[in-house]
Write a protein that binds this ligand. Structure first.
Ligand code: UDX
Ligand code: UDX
Length: 431
């Protein structure tokens, strides 16, 4: 099929490349001229394992193209996926739909034949209704259907999550559109996962409910980990003990520094703003947001305890600063709250980050190292911030070559018992 993906970000690029790999002709569109010219020269703008090779293969097979010409791309395509950003409006916590409505304007001008318009970006419930209303004129009613097809892609695992989904959710009451999308996804559904057709609004709710629930599940285990520390219980035992109950499920029960990224924080806030609009109180999601937003304060209290409330001139090294391993994305990463505080308290902060230096930190105040050894040298405190494989088997004594140093493992990568046997002053989460 002829597909146009509008918005070549984390979601649009992965979706476009995967659709091309399934044998479709895909044009990935973006308004960012640099991004498109880089993509045309084989330079991938984001860190996503496997994406570069997937794009190269499909560009070579002429199934995948890039363009800044949105009108031309729409005219040539039968299915249009909207994957532009839906950032949170600072004051109202609402999702900012200005980019979505910009795309709708371009669509309206280019409905040269029947098209299926799909919102893959996470959009507030009822956005599909608004798009349909904006597009409809007296004469073009049969020229399009607006469908909701939310994505459930985790950064760092996005290609796997696309190709092996637990389910594909397609929200439309149009038989014609549903048949086309069922056909489009059939190569994936054959292998694994379910194709689930529902109403457009239900599909929009499913996306928010999924992220709201996952964010709540993570926050639940994070709060349990605080209690476990007081009870001298290992939270990873609790995760295992409850996760083996199929009604609960073992995934997303890893206690850590709190959830970040471009989705959970944004989508939980957007869900609350929708609930306010429809006069319904979602008290659980509200407390999830509040608990997660304050988690960094708990971590800072621990860091102060670990360093006996004396941070001045202490050398603190972060291993990883992104919101999780497997990505270069800094959006809502815990480090963005932890590091400025430590600097303010006079600590000397440095970091090693597998995806490279981050512009979020002042280079003069927060020193970046391109290797673990130099970053860790002479540290008083080593904070393991993300769960990259290269952080999982470090010889701390050799690395830090300092008599007294401490480890604060925010991802529970190491065993407290083994650390104790090595006489390493080791702290972690919920243990
Ligand atoms: C986006 C939304 O942020 C997320 O809520 C949704 O679940 C999926 O789509 P992401 O791909 O991470 O996620 O967005 P982002 O990385 O911000 O990329 C959006 C892309 O759209 C950017 O490349 C931007 O340049 C492009 N864009 C934005 C357009 O091409 N046109 C526009 O009008 C606006
Ligand atoms: C999430 C959803 O998983 C995905 O379905 C949706 O489409 C987009 O948002 P993503 O934000 O990329 O994906 O990453 P994810 O792996 O879900 O982690 C989100 C945050 O939760 C990260 O900060 C991660 O460190 C944290 N997390 C995740 C935990 O703290 N513990 C866990 O057990 C799992």
């Amino acid at each position: 099929m002829k597909i146009c993906v509008i918005g070549s970000g984390y979601v649009g690029l992965v979706s476009g490349a995967c659709f091309a790999d399934l044998g479709n002709n895909v044009i990935c569109v973006d308004k960012n001229v640099n991004k498109i010219s880089n993509l045309k020269n084989g330079v991938i703008p984001i860190y996503e394992p496997g994406l570069e090779e997937l794009i190269q293969r499909n560009v070579k097979q002429k199934r995948l193209k890039f363009s800044t010409n949105i009108s031309n791309s729409i005219i040539k395509s039968d299915i249009i996926f909207i994957c532009v950003g839906t950032p949170t409006k600072i004051k109202s916590n609402e999702a900012n739909l200005k980019y979505i409505f910009q795309v709708v304007k371009d669509l309206k001008k280019n409905l040269n034949k029947y098209k299926i318009i799909v919102t893959k970006s996470t959009v507030p419930v009822t956005t599909g209704d608004k798009i349909q209303k904006l597009l409809t004129t007296k004469t073009n009613k049969k020229l399009f259907d607006v469908v909701s097809n939310p994505e459930f892609l985790r950064e760092g695992e996005a290609i796997r999550d696309f190709m092996f989904p637990d389910r594909v959710v397609v929200g439309t009451n149009s038989k014609k559109a549903n048949d086309v999308l069922k056909n489009l996804y059939s190569p994936i559904i054959k292998k694994k996962g379910r194709y689930f057709n529902t109403s457009r609004r239900a599909a929009e709710v499913i996306k928010y409910a999924a992220n709201g629930f996952l964010a709540t599940k993570i926050t639940f285990i994070n709060e349990m980990s605080n209690l476990c520390e007081k009870l001298n219980v290992d939270v990873t035992d609790v995760s295992l003990g409850i996760g083996t109950d199929e009604r609960i499920g073992a995934r997303f029960l890893r206690a850590g520094p709190g959830y970040g990224g471009s989705c959970f924080p944004k989508d939980t806030r957007a869900l609350i703003s929708t609930s306010k609009k429809f006069k319904t109180d979602l008290s659980i999601v509200k407390s999830t947001i509040n608990s997660n937003e304050n988690r960094y304060k708990y971590l800072l209290t621990k860091i102060n305890e670990i360093l006996n409330n004396n941070l001045k001139n202490k050398k603190i090294t972060f291993l990883g600063v992104t919101f999780k391993a497997g990505t270069d994305d800094m959006r809502d990463s815990a480090s963005l709250k932890l590091i400025p505080y430590l600097i303010k308290k006079g600590a000397k902060v440095s970091y090693y980050e597998p995806t490279g230096i981050k512009k979020d930190f002042d280079k003069k105040k927060v020193v970046y190292f391109n290797n673990i050894k130099d970053a860790c040298k002479n540290s008083d405190l080593l904070i393991i911030h993300t769960e990259w494989n290269e952080f999982k088997q470090l010889n701390f004594n050799r690395l830090i070559n300092k008599k007294k140093f401490k480890i604060y493992d925010l991802r529970n990568l190491y065993s407290p018992k083994k650390m104790k046997n090595k006489n390493i002053n080791y702290f972690s989460i919920g243990r």
